[in-house]
Ligand binder design. Structure first.
Ligand SMILES: NC(=O)c1ccc[n+]([C@@H]2O[C@H](COP(=O)([O-])OP(=O)(O)OC[C@H]3O[C@@H](n4cnc5c(N)ncnc54)[C@H](OP(=O)(O)O)[C@@H]3O)[C@@H](O)[C@H]2O)c1
Length: 489
């Protein structure tokens, strides 16, 4: 619909970090690849008293700081002429009226519009309401109107439902794009291709062959300058409710009836979330890294976890009896996101020289970042000995597709929101289903039944309690991505 019209991308929060770090580099890269419509404008909305010229200079500095490798002076000169600054206050409905007049002048006719909410979450509802009141959300012969909502989407189930209700009061679901940048990563998208564009993996992708699944999203940085926000949120809201649950859905969902239909994919995700058994508090671990309580803007007796691990069960035919272990934290050994599919041991070990206790069963590691690729680990006979060692079959994006650079997740997601492809965005029921699983944990952690708040050394893999979560069933966490093989692990 109306694909040939010009487009205006309106960024609320245009003087902020996300705009400089991600959005403008993503738009510039799309422009460079010829993916933006011939006629486009980018309008930045924020309070600072900036001129168009100063705005462009700031964004250029941002390009040099965050996306130097793709910067091209001559191309930027042309691109930057499409960047405009609109000084306004998000709390002022009058400023939205003024913006409407400004956009009408700028566009000189019909234009599609993408509104990007790159602001603190407390502005999401006021912005959407003001867009509605100013008549800026209505679609008609004048072009489509899409709105992209940043994370965090609510801080619990109730607030997420209220946010969904408020947005639905102005926009229809097909206009709404709730972003989870993990879904824009090539490696995350590849999970479904890996599972359903090959015949050899899906037949064993179930309880008959898989012992357990582990999902790790580890960050090496501590809370840093985000301490104020982080202390209000914590790792469950910051990472589990969105990124880890989305990765889990990609690994565990049933095949959708179509890959072209966003709702077919999103239906399967919701079905999967609804099959997850309520998580037992005894299967959760919460922890803070040493030094967190001393960080600036962290409450002195804060109970906000910077690390969590949990075990969950999926009550359906495919996954009955297969535990899924999820962990994420700040200030860990390294930055790494990986999914490990740990297969069962062979039904019988017929090699007397192999010690059952030491035997490593097969594992498939899907490396989301930074070592994008897939490893299949299996046992091979060590030459001249009657023992085995673990070896790897490896696929690395950077060597297999050396001619193609991996597009940034924001670039992919922005272009999809422009094209109207919602498959990589979360639907309202998906967001709420994920909150329905996380809410009882957050509430339970405020009661006497909560597991004790553990601590861990910065630069470690987290608290001992997280090892015990698996250890009590004779399992242990694996970390394969970026690792060298052949050491018999
Ligand atoms: N930064 C990242 O890498 C990142 C990553 C993932 C998600 N996010 C999400 O993206 C959103 C934005 O994050 P950020 O880091 O860019 O925040 P930020 O640097 O604090 O920027 C906030 C923006 O909001 C504007 N603003 C604040 N109050 C306003 C008002 N009353 N009227 C008009 N504009 C107002 C500020 O501009 P003025 O001060 O000029 O008004 C500024 O441009 C957040 O929801 C965050 O969770 C950010």
């Amino acid at each position: 619909m109306q694909e040939n019209l010009p487009i205006t991308i309106i960024i609320f929060g245009a003087s902020g970090d996300l705009t400089h770090r991600k959005l403008i580099p993503a738009l510039f890269s799309s422009y460079k690849k010829g993916k933006l419509p011939e006629k486009f404008n980018v309008v930045g909305f924020a309070r600072r008293d900036w001129s168009h010229e100063y705005f462009r200079e700031q964004l250029k500095d941002g390009m040099n700081e965050f996306a130097e490798e793709m910067f091209e002076e001559e191309l930027w000169e042309v691109f930057q002429r499409r960047l405009w600054y609109f000084k306004g206050d998000l709390d002022s409905t009058a400023d939205f009226e003024k913006m409407r007049a400004y956009l009408n002048d700028l566009e000189d006719g019909h234009s599609n519009r993408l509104y990007y909410l790159a602001t603190a979450p407390n502005f999401f509802v006021p912005i959407v309401k003001s867009l509605g009141q100013a008549g800026l959300a209505r679609e008609g012969g004048n072009g489509w109107r899409h709105v992209v909502i940043e994370k965090p989407f609510g801080h619990d189930l109730k607030s997420a439902q209220e946010l969904n209700d408020a947005i639905h009061g102005v926009f229809l679901e097909h206009q709404i794009y709730r972003i989870d940048h993990y879904l824009g990563k090539e490696t995350a998208q590849n999970i479904l291709y890996f599972r359903f564009a090959n015949t050899i993996f899906e037949p064993i992708w179930n309880r008959n062959y898989i012992d357990n699944v582990q999902i790790t999203v580890a960050e090496s940085v501590d809370v840093g300058h985000r301490a104020g926000y982080y202390d209000q949120a914590g790792v469950v809201r910051d990472m589990f409710q969105n990124h880890l649950m989305q990765l889990l859905a990609l690994v565990a969902m049933e095949p959708p009836s179509s890959f072209e239909d966003a709702d077919a994919i999103r239906n399967e995700k919701v079905k999967l979330f609804n099959s997850i058994r309520p998580i037992d508090l005894a299967d959760t671990v919460r922890a803070q890294y040493d030094g967190y309580l001393q960080a600036e803007r962290v409450a002195p007796h804060s109970q906000t976890p910077t690390y969590a691990a949990l075990k969950l069960n999926i009550d359906n035919w495919r996954w009955q009896g297969v535990p899924f272990y999820l962990r994420s934290g700040k200030a860990l050994t390294e930055k790494c996101s990986e999914i490990i599919i740990q297969f069962k041991k062979p039904p019988q070990l017929m090699f007397p020289s192999l010690d059952d206790g030491d035997f490593t069963s097969n594992a498939l590691s899907i490396c989301i970042q930074p070592d994008e690729g897939i490893h299949l680990r299996f046992e091979a006979k060590v030459p001249d000995l009657k023992t085995t060692d673990s070896v790897d079959m490896e696929f690395h994006y950077r060597s297999s597709f050396s001619g193609n650079t991996l597009p940034d997740a924001y670039e992919r997601l922005l272009m999809n929101a422009i094209r109207g492809d919602a498959a990589l965005f979360t639907r309202s029921d998906g967001i709420e289903a994920a909150w329905r699983l996380m809410d009882p944990i957050l509430q339970g952690w405020e009661t006497a039944a909560a597991p004790p708040m553990a601590t861990y050394e910065p630069g470690s893999w987290g608290p001992v309690a997280a090892n015990e979560l698996l250890g009590k069933n004779g399992r242990s966490w694996r970390h394969d991505c970026g690792q060298h093989t052949g050491n018999g692990r």
